[in-house]
Design a protein around this ligand. Structure first.
Ligand code: DC
Length: 217
């Protein structure tokens, strides 16, 4: 296995922005593993399955085909051959992904797919359990975080800039709820391991966070 770069952290901490920049600079692919869990949530929605129905979700993941494809450097998600990339970034699917990702059968299947990618090529991978579970043997492990308030502020700014409505209190509430689910789930929760370098981006620019990682790699 080549020495990939693993980045974990809570929702909205800037992981994916930082991970994409690093992948670009090192000229290696970037794998957004959250998009894979989001694809399972889209599948549940299409099959009319409640995100919280763990038995039904476990059965579902054994029946669907989830694939990652890179086109011109952009990651696309395929669900049973359908490109669902455009359906992944809604609040409903964010919440759904956080719920379906609690199911061990879902996590084990996604972990398998993620390891297949890292086995083929050196990658930058971001998610919630990459350092602790998917690629525990890589020497390059980072936990990118920021305060919940700062993450909510950034999201508000991002939404307003793209012309969408944004309510700070609602966004902060959603972030805190997702943090709780992701860190308190029984199976492979989000946490920063002892051998992982923690980078708090609350007072850092993207460039500073990127450099903090690059100086270690
Ligand atoms: O990174 P994201 O916001 O796209 O992830 C969506 C949800 O998927 C997140 O709330 C928890 C889950 N997830 C996970 O459990 N493990 C990963 N490696 C990536 C995401």
């Amino acid at each position: 296995m080549k020495q990939s770069i693993a980045i974990d952290g809570p929702a909205g901490a800037g992981k994916s922005t930082v991970a994409k920049r690093i992948a670009q600079i090192l000229n290696i692919p970037y794998l957004d593993t959250g998009a894979m869990y989001r694809t399972v949530a889209v599948a549940a929605k299409r099959h009319g399955i409640d995100f919280a129905d763990e038995d039904a979700i476990a059965r579902l993941v054994g029946m669907i085909d989830v694939r990652v494809r890179h086109e011109d450097g952009v990651q696309h998600m395929l669900l049973d051959g359908d490109d669902v990339t455009g359906e992944l970034r809604t609040e409903e699917i964010s919440q759904g992904a956080s719920l379906v990702s609690r199911v061990p059968a879902v996590r084990d299947r996604m972990t398998e797919l993620q390891r297949e990618v890292a086995h083929e090529t050196r990658v930058v991978m971001d998610g919630r359990d990459i350092c602790t579970n998917v690629l525990p043997d890589t020497p390059y492990k980072f936990f990118v975080t920021a305060s919940a308030e700062e993450r909510a502020n950034r999201r508000v700014k991002q939404l307003l800039e793209s012309g969408q409505p944004a309510d700070y209190e609602t966004i902060l509430h959603d972030i805190i709820r997702r943090d709780k689910q992701d860190t308190e789930r029984a199976y492979k929760p989000l946490f920063c391991g002892e051998d992982t370098k923690k980078i708090d981006t609350t007072d850092l620019t993207i460039e500073e966070a990127v450099n903090a990682i690059l100086s270690e790699v």
